[in-house]
Design a protein around this ligand. Structure first.
Ligand SMILES: C[S@@+](CC[C@H](N)C(=O)[O-])C[C@H]1O[C@@H](n2cnc3c(N)ncnc32)[C@H](O)[C@@H]1O
Length: 267
């Protein structure tokens, strides 16, 4: 999709002869789970930007590290990891300025986004700041949600099931309401909220239909029954999938790595 919001909205202007800004989905972790388009752009863009925590390595960069070349300019966007300082608007203001300088110089910039850029991705903060002024393309990626269903060996939703995605930081009442009326449910941003979420799922009588997954598609991926999870070891990169939709056969499926082994081969 080619977007210059300026052209559509009349706000700002799409400058001529500038570089193109790409929001590049790089998938959930396995370097093979990136699209051919993302792979091509990773090689072609002279500037690569990516979010990185202030206390470690960039996950998005680590996924594509083997595809990067030394001559590419890298712009790490250092994000403070403490919740109370997020979203760090000044971090994105500064990053947007740095990226804008590269675009003004005619360089194409790929911003790496773990999973898909428009599915709860932090790329949105840059999109908001830059897409009115520069030609911007979003390259969708394999979302962690899709990779989780594949790893669990159970469809997320079928026919007319309504899928609810619940961010872990929501308060108890909001989560319980959604659990009650949900059909197919995915919890993201589980991490430090795990124990609270587990208790709410239990209260709703849904523990047996919940699958827990962490670091999906990476070498240290784990898939477990909810009651087996040790709450103090749950990482940020974890997801809980619940199915209570209309398809009985899905509800009865044995989840890979959870309970009885299924016949399905896990690749
Ligand atoms: C801010 S959201 C970003 C989602 C991402 N844009 C996507 O499309 O998957 C971060 C959440 O995605 C989930 N997540 C991302 N990658 C994951 C992985 N490899 N394994 C398990 N969960 C993951 C976790 O719930 C994490 O807290």
């Amino acid at each position: 999709m080619d977007i210059c919001q300026a052209a559509k909205s009349g706000i700002g202007e799409c400058r001529e002869m500038t570089g193109v800004l790409y929001g590049l989905g790089v998938g959930p972790g396995d370097p093979e789970l990136i699209t051919l388009k993302a792979h091509r752009l990773l090689k072609e863009c002279s500037v690569i930007a990516y979010p990185a925590p202030d206390d470690g390595q960039s996950f998005a960069r680590s996924i594509v590290a083997s595809y990067l070349k030394p001559e590419q300019v890298e712009i790490p966007i250092i994000i403070p990891m403490r919740a109370e300082r997020f979203p760090a608007q000044n971090v994105y203001d500064r990053a947007a300025q740095e990226i804008a300088s590269q675009l003004d110089a005619g360089n194409d910039v790929a911003v790496l986004c773990e999973g898909d850029p428009f599915f709860y991705g932090s790329f949105m903060y840059l999109f908001e700041r830059l897409s009115a002024h520069y030609t911007t393309q979003i390259v969708p990626g394999v979302s962690s949600l899709m990779a989780s269903a594949a790893a669990l060996g159970r469809p997320i939703a079928a026919r007319n099931d309504v899928l609810s995605v619940i961010p872990g930081p929501l308060d108890d009442d909001a989560i319980s309401r959604r659990l009650e009326r949900g059909e197919a449910i995915a919890f993201i941003k589980v991490g430090r909220h795990f124990e609270r979420i587990r208790q709410l799922i239990d209260k709703a009588g849904l523990t047996s239909s919940a699958g827990y997954l962490e670091r999906v598609s990476l070498g240290n991926e784990k898939i477990m029954a909810l009651e087996e999870v040790s709450a103090d070891e749950v990482p940020y990169f974890s997801i809980i999938l619940i199915y209570k939709g209309a398809e009985d056969w899905i509800g009865k499926l044995s989840m890979l790595g959870v309970g009885e082994p299924a016949d399905t081969v896990h690749v």
